[in-house]
Design a binder for this molecule. Structure first.
Ligand code: SAM
Ligand code: SF4
Length: 435
């Protein structure tokens, strides 16, 4: 099954970047580890060229896609209109600023976060979707995720696999991880895989280098989500071929951070995120929304702090209170509270990539669709073997707990197509190419 469209490399720049064309849509990419030349057909993921493919094969895939691509584009265009009729003057003024590409003040952001009227929210989400379309057209990106270990040395108060919690622990062996990844690439066509785990030093440099280099050789983007490991280890893993890292700072509020992550420091976490970026990693970062004592000002600070880190992808989701954790009794955010954060992020950082997280989907079964219509443009599909997935309980009743990989892919594709989105690459922000 093919669900990432190849593109043609039409430009190579001196800064290590290039431009890929998808039926006339241009995306910036990093050329990284490739001998590709202008005119070659390539696969890109997360804005990184991951593999060349033969012209013959590419043209065959593209001929199957051509009509569908333009049909999807038209549908997305239709669904991306917004109308600002009947809005109160204050909201109208702020949304007009957004539409005219003027920066929002903190007060504007707070005012939008406080909106409750369904008619105003509808326009807010429509405008966010309109801007997503303006910046990315109908491109969307799907990554796979393998949760390879639920052992963790940390004890974060929100997390269901924290070290104090009694859960059945598992570790996938190096060979098992490689086998699962190979299957995801060969059988399902994944071009990017996130490797996620608790903070588990059992996976030392030797094991992780072997995993990363083997996966990179499969022609995919290797995306790490392994927590606060040493900077030197991340450096070695970059050399081995890892190119993206997902590391949330969790909250911009130092007091909340200190309470919820005993023994850890927000400053150290932010320092590591910045170091990873300067090593060349594509960065996905963000926060958990709905933590105890969090204020609307914290949410605004969370969005602005994420933006200041220059991420290629925003990854934030609601707290899902996990049983037997200190936050088990915390109340959940509403879906509108989350959609407002997505829309606001799209306004603040128009060309950003915004992930729809499993936590959001767990909050509300229809969340994926409504989030994609409120400014989000990226998704992940769980490819962890079922026998382990049930034990990766960072919270309970995860939306993807019973979903096979095949069903996950099919429902993601059905959803994208129903919204007129094409699974092309989303490209990287220009800043990544020049930094
Ligand atoms: N251990 C690594 C780390 O902490 O960066 C990666 C795995 S950790 C499970 C991935 C993310 O899960 C964390 O960054 C955190 O934001 C999120 N998470 C943990 N518990 C959660 C909960 N109960 N609800 C929502 N998100 C949660
Ligand atoms: Fe461990 Fe990550 Fe969970 Fe914290 S959030 S307990 S570091 S798995």
């Amino acid at each position: 099954m093919c669900y990432a469209i190849p593109g043609q490399l039409i430009e190579i720049r001196e800064n290590g970047g290039g431009v890929v064309d998808y039926f006339g849509e241009k995306r910036n990419i990093l050329l990284d580890l490739s001998d590709a030349a202008v005119g070659d057909y390539v696969y890109a993921q997360g804005g990184i060229l991951v593999r060349k493919i033969s012209t013959e094969e590419a043209l065959e895939i593209l001929s199957l896609w051509k009509d569908k691509f333009f049909e999807l584009k038209k549908m997305d265009e239709r669904l991306s209109h917004f109308s600002e009729s009947d809005l109160p003057a204050n909201t109208l003024q702020i949304l007009q600023k957004v539409n005219l590409k003027k920066p929002l003040s903190r007060q504007d952001m707070l005012a939008l976060l406080k909106l409750e009227d369904p008619r105003e929210l509808k326009v807010l989400y429509e405008l966010a979707n309109h801007i997503r379309h303006r910046e990315h057209d109908n491109a969307s990106c799907i990554h796979g995720i393998i949760e390879f270990s639920n052992h963790c040395r940390e004890n974060c108060h929100y997390c269901g696999i924290r070290s104090d919690r009694v859960v059945k622990r598992y570790r996938m062996s190096v060979d098992e991880i490689i086998e699962v990844a190979q299957h995801a690439v060969d059988e399902y066509g994944f071009k990017a895989l996130v490797l996620q785990s608790g903070e588990d030093p059992w996976y030392d440099e030797k094991k992780l280098v072997k995993i990363v280099s083997t996966l990179r050789a499969m022609g995919i983007l290797v995306f790490l989500s392994i927590g606060m490991r040493d900077k030197e280890l991340y450096q070695k893993l970059y050399q081995a071929g890892a190119r993206a890292a997902l590391l949330r700072f969790e909250t911009s509020n130092e007091d909340i951070f200190r309470q919820l992550r005993p023994g850890a420091s927000l400053h150290e976490r932010l320092t590591l995120i910045k170091q990873l970026k300067s090593m060349g990693y594509i960065i996905a970062t963000g926060f958990i929304a709905g933590l105890p004592d969090e204020t609307p000002e914290d949410i605004v600070n969370n969005i602005l702090l994420t933006q200041s880190l220059g991420p290629d992808m925003y990854s934030f989701g609601p707290l899902i209170p996990a049983i037997d954790t200190p936050l088990a009794a915390q109340s959940k955010l509403s879906i509108d509270a989350m959609l407002k954060i997505i829309a606001l992020t799209r306004f603040v950082d128009p060309d950003s990539n915004i992930l729809v997280t499993t936590a959001l989907e767990t909050l509300d079964a229809s969340a994926k669709k409504i989030a994609l219509l409120a400014g989000a443009n990226s998704m992940m599909i769980n490819v962890t073997p079922m026998e382990y997935r049930v034990f990766y309980q960072i919270y309970d009743n995860r939306a993807d707990r019973n979903q096979t990989v095949k069903v996950g892919i099919q429902s993601a594709l059905d959803l994208l197509y129903s919204l007129g989105r094409a699974p092309t690459d989303i490209g990287v922000v220009e800043a990544t190419l020049t930094s």
